[in-house]
Write a protein that binds this ligand. Structure first.
Ligand SMILES: [Ca+2]
Ligand SMILES: [Ca+2]
Length: 289
């Protein structure tokens, strides 16, 4: 039944689109972003926002949250579907009330009111905030559109998930489209496809610790030179020789690249450890200028 309601309301919006008039170029397109709870075992948020997951240490689900960034505060209807690569299963979808004590918009006080849907075959979780009867934007509960998340869910790696990079992102295909409708308050509106302008969350999964490329339990010059060799090969247009677990462990700053910056960070950390430093590699890199 929930699925039916979702499709029905989506169709109603699509029909209404014909009368869309206003385009205000000054408005920044609303977008969606994701966070994970890095207090979960084996989960770290890296310097540039990517997430590192040690799949040996992390055997539980990773709590995730989905937010809307809407600086215009004009969002009147929100249909967002999120997906991840297949081996990163999205489950346990809930509204934000229980965990965050509030929803971004007024009038959405129960999980039912935000029309949550899980499409297991697509590995998609969906949330709708809709007030079809009104021409106005929805009213915020907090100061900003992302004072509270739109929804919460878990991401769990399959036991046979390969090491490598995974993306948590907005899904928008066919009948399962994602859309954000900004209302100007005078009956005019504009629809955005957040799958076009939202940044996926990079999740690097590895069976070893961050930076320990050869998985010997130490961070040293062997790991540094491993990264440099890989980077040199790639710079020369050759295929890398790292497997997925090594590549994930080598993107030390979480920018999606394995390059000289990662090697330099690791070299500095090696020196720091030799001087009896005690921070984790990730904390060390985050604090490094
Ligand atoms: Ca090592
Ligand atoms: Ca990097």
């Amino acid at each position: 039944m929930k699925k039916f309601i979702s499709i029905l309301s989506s169709a109603a919006i699509a029909a209404g689109m014909v009368s869309a008039l206003a385009v205000n170029a000054a408005d920044e397109a609303p977008s969606i972003y994701f966070t994970v709870d890095d207090k979960a075992n084996g989960v770290e948020t890296l310097k540039f926002g990517g997430i590192f997951v040690n799949t040996k240490e992390n055997t539980s689900a990773i709590p995730c949250a989905m937010y809307i960034k809407d600086t215009s505060k004009k969002a009147g209807q929100i249909f967002v579907k999120a997906t991840a690569d297949e081996s990163l299963k999205l489950t346990n979808l809930t509204g934000p009330i229980a965990l965050y004590k509030g929803a971004p918009y007024k009038g959405f006080d129960t999980d039912d009111s935000m029309n949550l849907n899980v499409f297991e075959n697509l590995n998609v979780v969906a949330v709708n905030y809709s007030n079809i009867s009104s021409e106005k934007p929805m009213e915020l509960n907090g100061e900003n559109s992302d004072s509270y998340p739109l929804a919460c869910f878990d991401a769990k790696f399959a036991s046979d998930a390969a090491g490598g990079s995974y993306n948590l992102k907005v899904y928008s295909e066919g009948a399962y489209f994602s859309g954000i409708i900004a209302r100007n308050g005078d009956g005019t509106f504009k629809e955005y496809d957040p799958s076009k302008n939202s940044k996926p969350l990079l999740i690097n999964a590895s069976d070893r610790k961050l930076g320990d490329i050869n998985n010997d339990g130490k961070w040293d010059s062997v790991d540094v030179s491993g990264i440099m060799k890989e980077y040199t090969r790639q710079s020369a247009g050759k295929e890398g020789i790292f497997d997925g677990n090594q590549r994930a462990a080598a993107d030390i700053n979480g920018d999606g690249l394995v390059d000289a910056v990662d090697a330099s960070n690791l070299l500095a950390y090696y020196a720091y450890l030799s001087g009896s430093g005690e921070s984790s590699l990730n904390d060390f890199v985050k604090n490094r200028k």
